[in-house]
Design a protein around this ligand. Structure first.
Ligand SMILES: [Zn+2]
Ligand SMILES: [Zn+2]
Length: 85
């Protein structure tokens, strides 16, 4: 088990110190999504920290909602609001 600083969740965009499990997977502590600490993801995280919120500028691969209300601890989870009211 090893620790990786500056992991980025590819689902909710939370940034955190990740723990690599026995399968080599880093799970997001916020949403359980797959996370990554490759150069590209670290760059995205650094841009988020610097205040960048444009999906293209951030280099996000998948289409999705706007990056709003991002915080490093909680990321942003616009796709998981769930409950229909
Ligand atoms: Zn996540
Ligand atoms: Zn990556």
């Amino acid at each position: 088990m090893s620790l990786r600083p500056d992991c980025l969740c590819n689902d909710c965009l939370a940034g955190f110190v990740g723990i690599v499990d026995s399968n080599g997977v880093i799970a997001c502590p916020q949403c359980g999504g797959e996370s990554c600490d490759c150069e590209g993801c670290q760059l995205t995280l650094h841009r988020l920290r610097a205040g960048e919120r444009d999906r293209k500028a951030l280099g996000l691969r998948y289409p999705g909602n706007e990056v709003t209300n991002w915080t490093e601890v909680e990321g942003c989870m616009p796709l998981r609001q769930g409950a229909e009211s």
